[in-house]
Design a protein around this ligand. Structure first.
Ligand code: ADP
Ligand code: MG
Ligand code: MG
Length: 880
């Protein structure tokens, strides 16, 4: 019931039900919090319910809250659905006051030190978290008290010292809040509860939710738990532990323990903790009980758990558990281990990892064996390992990059003016902003490494330097940034290829004795995902080399082979001839010269993908993109004239560029429109495909070409292209070639029933479909305002990164449904970049497409996510 009780509350209940020793208490639901936040006042009935539960708690403990002689003390603990830094922390020892502190001492056999230690902790935590008293003030006062005793150990303070400290704390409290520390125990509790509610909207919590895409309206639960005391002498203490090694997955004892201490002391570094193993020596009975509980928790949660516990005079109490966090590598390894131990099956193992984690494992990594010390740390905003010279301005970054230098662009924060520099840089480092800042959003969109919000950096762009704690880095100094961990290093940290990529490349085996544990876990999980998935995974590849690599990565064909590059390089000359042709004859000559070149390209690709389908897209971009830019041509014309040389060709090109200029090239003469306007262009490409296929088949190969027409909006466009293409294919003797279209213009999606009459397949071009559905062009908007849209919550994530289900997704669904209704065996795929995005892959599975296609490096991610999507939608969902 984590939605209602928060993670902490749900797990405390769960442990109680399992019969584990949990101190009694009650949980105020997230619903109450939401009601409070909506109205700004305590929801009706809350007070009465708290009264009733408090009475039950008092009965269970045989003590009353606020009783001077024998007080019940409680902790008030926040606990949302997702654990969240920035939320109010816990207040311990609620219920103590000037009178009951004596009662507590008496109940503890006259232990005055313990009672005053508990009281000073209450004032400190209550002051800090409920009333915003600066916590340093309390810490300074504690340091002063220790200094007066000539010690650094809080255990050396005696009852009188702590009692004096309580006085100092109370004065601090009064000075900062303008009131006395509340003596009414119930008032303490009520104020702490409301403070937990309010902390949901603390600035840091809001920021964190935005970064992690946690919904803003969940609210937090509040746990009120009877206190147990780890500060009741040497046979008491507090600790934290994992049920297994969060890195390797091995079961064992991983944790820290601190004797005679309370709560956060163990993680706050107040005194040196001891390894949990040593508890066996101190208190064997509690230690053995703890081990038993850990194994019980594992067999209940079927996963690695982390736990918090306290021992009060030899009695063990469990205070928290949850399924523990782990690194991407550990997630795979642990999933494999749990299968080996029979705790989960392979279906479940597939659900325990995800494509984002797999993606992290595929980035090149820093080789940290030399143990480099990070200079600073920010947010890992866009993964990868980047090394380069620090540069503080975008123009300079672009200039150095043109000169062949590797640079890291360092800014306080970036803005749209920095775009050229961001493109030129290996990576981007900023001192401000989190995962949704301009730098982070744009870098992720470009697949570029980015560390944002490294706030230890004092960036001085004017003087071209940044400073961290006295270390100065100037322009040209080499730095290394890790976009996964957010760490920043001075100098060039060596980079190594990822072991997982080497596995996908076939350089290391995953199924042999003694294989790297990570590689072998990835191998098992990927093999199983492949056996489950219903979606096929193809790749976007334009060359034989890319096709071959993608095939090693598991691609089952090419979903998008762009033919644009076949018009570049030394073929530009021919394209210029094609564009400048004045007669049909001249044009046909140029096309005839291009034909064998294209045919050779296709032969190479068909061979690399022999036996697997290859979807070739006929030329898509406007032809003027193949000509030199206007300014460049104007200069060549001027120079030629100056020198008295023949300027005729440059002049002709210049005139053509002027003539072909478009206001909105994205919406101009491109795609199928080109094919219909320029005689012979598509025909040449179709012939090259058909002849290449015939050639491969003639050599005993099994080429499976599919011809894809881009940017179709009306069935008539496709019918016209199709009629001619069928004639050419028959003429080339290439056997059957299926002909289909991209669905990337909204009109195509909306008339898909008609279009399906002329198409054997649809491939959703979700990049263009997104641009045209939203009416913005990616190149213009991503750097210009997306960060702002994300900040405002208009998008949770860029619609180019993850498919917009509500809008663009609706077009996909309509086209899939109506297309299949018109032609039941219509093949459906996706060739936009969304084909490799985990979230989007799940959507395409739900819609029932046949395949997704993505860049070679995303193929394994899509395979895994397609497997996960299949488990998720299986009738007897195995998860859980
Ligand atoms: P967080 O969410 O930061 O982990 P918790 O609510 O778990 O905060 O409280 C932090 C620590 O305070 C716990 O690990 C535990 O040591 C201590 N604590 C909380 N409640 C109690 C309690 N009722 N009795 C004793 N210690 C407690
Ligand atoms: Mg805790
Ligand atoms: Mg397109």
């Amino acid at each position: 019931m984590a939605d209602l009780l928060g993670g902490k509350g749900a797990n405390l209940s769960e442990m109680t039900n399992l019969g584990l020793p949990v101190p009694p208490g009650f949980t105020i639901t997230t619903e109450a919090c939401r009601a409070y936040l909506a109205t700004g006042r305590e929801p009706d009935g809350l007070r009465e319910e708290v009264d009733a539960h408090l009475r039950a708690l008092e009965e269970a403990r045989g003590k009353r809250l606020g009783d001077a002689a024998d007080p019940l003390l409680v902790s008030v603990r926040s606990g949302a659905r997702f654990s969240m830094p920035g939320m109010m922390e816990t207040v311990l020892n609620v219920g103590l006051n000037d009178a009951s502190v004596a009662g507590l001492a008496a109940q503890a056999g006259g232990d005055e030190r313990f009672a005053w230690d508990s009281y000073r902790r209450l004032i400190q935590m209550f002051g800090k978290t409920v009333c915003d008293v600066p916590s340093e003030e309390f810490e300074h006062a504690l340091d002063d008290a220790k200094r007066a005793r000539n010690t650094t150990n809080d255990l050396d303070l005696d009852a009188a010292d702590l009692r004096a400290l309580v006085d100092t704390y109370k004065k601090l409290f009064a000075k900062h809040t303008g009131r006395e520390f509340p003596q009414d125990a119930r008032e303490q509790m009520d104020l702490a509860i409301l403070a937990v509610f309010q902390s949901w909207n603390a600035e840091r919590a809001i920021l964190y939710r935005r970064q992690e895409r946690i919904p803003a309206d969940l609210g937090t639960a509040v746990n009120v738990v009877a206190m147990v005391f780890g500060n009741l002498g040497p046979d008491s203490g507090t600790g934290v532990a994992f049920t297994r090694d969060p890195a390797s997955g091995h079961q064992g004892i991983y944790g820290d323990y601190l004797a005679n201490a309370q709560g956060e002391d163990v993680v706050a570094g107040i005194r040196n903790t001891i390894p949990l193993q040593e508890l066996e020596r101190l208190d064997k009975r509690s230690y053995d009980e703890l081990l038993g509980i850990m194994s019980k928790l594992e067999s209940h949660y079927l996963d690695l758990c982390d736990i918090e516990f306290t021992i009060e005079q030899g009695k063990l109490w469990m205070l928290q558990t949850r399924v523990g966090k782990r690194t991407a590598a550990a997630a795979f390894i642990i999933a494999g281990q749990l299968v080996d131990e029979g705790l989960i099956d392979l279906d479940e193992a597939v659900m325990r990892v995800n494509g984002e984690q797999l993606g992290q494992l595929m980035f090149p990594r820093f080789d940290l064996s030399g143990d480099p010390k990070p200079l600073a740390r920010g947010v890992g905003a866009s993964p990868g390992a980047a090394v380069g010279k620090a540069v503080f301005g975008a123009p300079r970054a672009a200039e150095l990059a043109r000169a062949g230098e590797q640079v890291i662009l360092v800014r306080r924060e970036t803005n749209p003016d920095d775009l050229a520099g961001m493109i030129a840089a290996q990576g981007i480092l900023t001192s401000r902003g989190g995962k949704t800042s301009h730098a982070a959003v744009v870098a992720r969109g470009m697949g570029k490494t980015c560390v944002s919000g490294a706030d230890a950096l004092e960036v001085d762009t004017r003087n071209g330097k940044f400073t961290v704690d006295g270390t100065v880095i100037r322009e040209g100094d080499v730095i290394s940034i890790d976009g996964t961990t957010g760490k920043v290093y001075v100098g060039a940290v060596p980079v190594q290829p990822s072991e997982v990529v080497r596995y996908f490349e076939g350089d290391v085996a995953g199924d042999q004795e003694g294989a790297d544990p990570l590689v072998s876990a990835v191998h098992r999980i990927m093999s199983h995902a492949d056996s489950l998935r219903q979606l096929r995974v193809r790749t976007n590849a334009d060359t034989g080399q890319d096709a071959a690599r993608a095939r090693r990565f598991g691609a089952e064909g090419i979903g998008l082979c762009r033919t644009e590059h076949m018009f570049l390089g030394d073929r530009r000359e021919l394209v210029e001839r094609l564009i400048l042709a004045r007669t049909d004859g001249e044009r046909q000559d140029a096309l005839d010269a291009l034909l064998p070149l294209q045919r050779a390209d296709f032969v190479e690709i068909f061979e690399a993908m022999d036996g697997l389908p290859v979807t070739v897209r006929l030329i898509d971009p406007p032809l003027h993109e193949f000509l030199p830019p206007l300014e460049e041509l104007a200069v060549s014309v001027a120079v030629a004239r100056e020198r008295g040389e023949d300027a005729a060709k440059a002049e002709a090109l210049l005139a053509a560029v002027r003539r072909m200029h478009e206001q909105n090239p994205m919406l101009g003469l491109r795609g199928v429109r080109l094919g219909l306007v320029i005689p012979g262009l598509f025909a040449m490409q179709v012939r090259a495909i058909a002849e290449a296929a015939a050639e491969c088949a003639g050599r005993g190969g099994n080429p499976l070409p599919e011809i894809m027409v881009p940017l179709v909006g009306a069935v008539q466009e496709l019918e016209t292209v199709r009629a001619e293409a069928e004639r050419i294919v028959a003429d080339a003797g290439a056997g059957a070639v299926s002909i289909g279209t991209m669905i990337e213009v909204p009109r195509a999606a909306l008339t898909s029933g008609q279009i399906a009459e002329a198409a054997e397949f649809f491939s959703f071009g979700t990049n263009d479909l997104t641009q045209m559905a939203w009416g913005f062009s990616r190149d213009d908007v991503e750097g210009a305002f997306f960060w702002r849209y994300i900040e405002l919550g208009i998008f949770g994530i860029s619609p180019f990164e993850s498919l917009d289900r509500d809008g663009v997704g609706r077009l996909v669904r309509i086209a899939a449904d109506e297309g299949r209704a018109a032609r039941p065996d219509l093949k459906l795929g996706v060739c936009g970049e969304h084909g490799g995005d985990p979230e989007s892959v799940h959507f395409f599975h739900e819609v029932g497409l046949d395949y997704v296609s993505c860049s070679p490096f995303r193929v394994p991610i899509a395979r895994l996510e397609a497997g996960r999507a299949a488990v998720e939608t299986a009738p007897s969902a195995a998860a859980g």
